[in-house]
Design a binder for this molecule. Structure first.
Ligand SMILES: Cc1ncc(COP(=O)(O)O)c(C=O)c1O
Length: 377
């Protein structure tokens, strides 16, 4: 808990000890892969680019998935070895590929021939991963069909990568963020295995298979644990991937989500003409709660009055924007006694909150972050 010199509400507290525990727990959950499929953990910086988190994970041997030149600069400015970065965003300008290459980045993901050709031109000799669209069940915050080629096209594109003088890393898929069905990885790994096999026929060995992020955490709804996911992944890798293929896991949420708590405040409570109780907080869609879009993520909200009787409420943010409503379909029960000025805590908000908050929408500043716990222990 923050002390009396706490920042003005709202603010996010990140506990580094939880990040470290999450990293170690994931490493241990993947230990079943053994020597045959060495596991590499690549942190998706977009989940929370806090310097303390990046330094801690770098010291523990993580690689980094970066989505932009901004994230590359952030990592390199913190002393991260560029050899551990993967420019994983399939949407990138040639100028940015060249800038990444000049900064020492030698690993890129792509899902189109046009991006591949631009990588070959601006980042010659680099290693590439081809993202395909796995036939996985829909996740809680899905990508839809925005990314990924068909698995068969991934084979053709990786052959083309070899012909363009690039090094083939291998196939890559992401089953969608906050994926609650462990079978998603079994399906993706099986499809990746078919790509690897087709490449072997063409004498193209695969160095790694990237099984993406998507590892879920528990919010209001419980998520499967890391050990269950690790067992499914190890079993699928043993069945479908040749020995000595690295397995890259690219988590964001699972490393930082439960390490954060947002401290916020009730600004007002209103009984609307439709009879519903509206609770307005000083945090909303634009200053940290972006993942309540479509009410995808149902965060747990706790108050100091949780022993009082509860009733349903609509939860809204502080701006004058009609879309700045966190929950109006999700059933949220909050104390009937809650009133303006009461503190609230929103749990498991370490991922995709501060990094999403706008710079000044309606004049509200971006979410303040306070990091607690030592980087090295
Ligand atoms: C390319 C890429 N890798 C990894 C991740 C991390 O996903 P998650 O936070 O669901 O683990 C994302 C999230 O959007 C992503 O875009």
């Amino acid at each position: 808990m923050p002390g009396s010199n706490a920042p003005e509400s709202p603010y996010l507290v990140i506990d580094l000890a939880r990040v470290r525990d999450n990293f170690d727990a994931l490493r241990s959950a993947l230990s079943g892969l053994g020597e045959s499929h060495p596991a590499r953990i690549r942190y998706a910086v977009k989940a929370s680019p806090m310097p303390e988190i990046i330094r801690l994970l770098a010291a523990r041997g993580a690689e980094f998935d970066v989505a932009s030149i901004g994230e590359i600069d952030q990592c390199l400015g913190l002393g991260v070895d560029p050899a551990t970065l993967c420019y994983g965003n399939p949407i990138k300008k040639s100028a940015h590929i060249a800038a990444a290459y000049a900064a020492g980045v030698r690993r890129f993901a792509f899902d189109t021939e046009s991006d591949l050709e631009r990588i070959a031109a601006a980042a010659p000799g680099s290693e590439v991963e081809c993202r395909f669209l796995a036939s996985a069940p829909q996740s809680q915050t899905p990508f839809g069909t925005k990314f990924g080629c068909a698995p068969g096209e991934a084979v053709l594109l990786l052959v083309r990568a070899r012909d363009l003088g690039l090094r083939v890393a291998g196939p890559y898929f992401h089953v969608g963020s906050q994926q609650l069905d462990p079978a998603a990885w079994r399906i993706g790994i099986e499809q990746a295995g078919a790509v690897v096999e087709a490449l072997a026929v063409k004498d193209i060995p695969v160095a790694s298979v990237n099984i993406g992020g998507g590892l879920p955490i528990s919010y209001v709804d419980a998520a499967p644990g890391l050990s269950e996911l690790g067992a499914v992944i190890a079993d699928a890798a043993a069945r479908h991937l040749p020995e000595h293929t690295d397995l890259v896991v690219e988590p964001g949420r699972a490393l930082v989500g439960n390490a954060g708590v947002i401290h916020a405040e009730v600004v007002n409570v209103r009984q609307a003409p439709d009879g519903r109780r509206w609770i307005y907080l000083d945090i909303g869609r634009y200053n940290g709660m972006a993942e309540t879009e479509n009410e995808y993520i149902a965060y747990r909200i706790v108050t100091d009055r949780d022993d009082d009787s509860r009733a349903e409420a609509v939860i809204a943010g502080p701006t004058c924007d009609g879309d700045d409503v966190l929950y109006q379909r999700t059933r949220v029960l909050l104390p009937t006694t809650l009133r303006a000025g009461d503190p609230v805590r929103i749990l498991d908000t370490g991922a995709y909150t501060a990094s999403y908050s706008s710079v000044s929408f309606n004049g509200f500043p971006p979410l303040t972050v306070r990091v607690i716990g030592a980087e090295r222990e």
